[in-house]
Design a protein around this ligand. Sequence first.
Ligand SMILES: *Cc1c(COP(=O)(O)O)cnc(C)c1O
Length: 368
Amino acid sequence: MPRPLTATIHLDSMQHNLARARCCAPGTRVWAVVKANAYGHGLERGMRGFADADGLALIEPDNALRLRELGWTKPLLLLEGIFDGADAQLLVSHGIDSTVHSVEQIVLLEQARLSGPIDVHLKMNTGMNRLGFAPPAYAAAHARLRAIPAVRNITLMTHFANADELEHPRLTIREQVARFSSGARGIAGLRSLSNSGGVLHQALLARELANDWVRPGIMLYGGTPGGKSASEFGLRPTMTLASEIIGIQDIVAGDTVGYGSRFEAAEPARIGVVACGYADGYPRHAQQGTPVLVDGVATTLIGRVSMDMLTVDLTDVPGAHVGSRVTLWGAGLPIDTVAQAADTIGYELMCALAARVRVLEANLDSHG
Ligand SMILES: *Cc1c(COP(=O)(O)O)cnc(C)c1O
């Protein structure tokens, strides 16, 4: 018997969320972002779930090759660009597009003396201050890249720091777009600006956000980038982490539960032990009170999450028994709610799904 813990991936919801992204940004080409093992969903499942995307974007060059091997023939984009000269050759041999964010990467492309044409995204730093050329340096970088014979199309790109919040007190989308426009003035080329937050704000910023390509990630996986909840954005969960009750303890007032005896019963209580712990990707920092569903009934986490188990309060779930289904996140329990209770974001929980968790596929409808 396998351990009852499973992560069910809802490919139909991935498709649905991609269609939502298209609705938000009509007429715009979509890079579905599948970095980090498709946000923990599995690279190959990302490829199938987002088969309708115009391209797949990711970080890892080896995974770009893997997608080609798996039969993906549409565009691929490396979001951090290449890391060495050998990567430069891969761009040509496998038809992979690359971000260019630094002088060092331009030098790699110059020195590679590439035979075939490559398409690149030239990144501007408009305030994120991670990667990219400052607006005043952008035109020169563009010209230098243009002079490389193998370089064909150059798409103009930037990345938003606060796309989830239109009126961020430190740096707004509008401010970043204004810097982008000034740095890109007079330069022809397609434009790629928006992550999920930008896509979801596209309707409000239709005038400012001139995207030819958008790069949604988290929204495609049914998570919110912030602002409103995923369901308010019309997104569906794509990963349901579920397990079972494997043990029950009836305790009396004064008894404690688990490591550190963090939970102490004030009155008699019934405790359910769930086969899922931090070594599965459930956050150890989830607070007591984090919601958990047992047979579809909402209850809460109590005590400390341990490596292989966590404990829940069954006092008000009288029907619960060993074998009862437990939903940790996903259908019926937004991953963002769990993330919030652990002081993190849905992104991190998805990406941290551990390799030992058995992964299944199902349509969301068939799981209720
Ligand atoms: C990860 C990433 C995205 C997707 O961001 P989400 O917030 O998940 O939509 C878009 N663009 C770049 C450059 C990224 O690295």
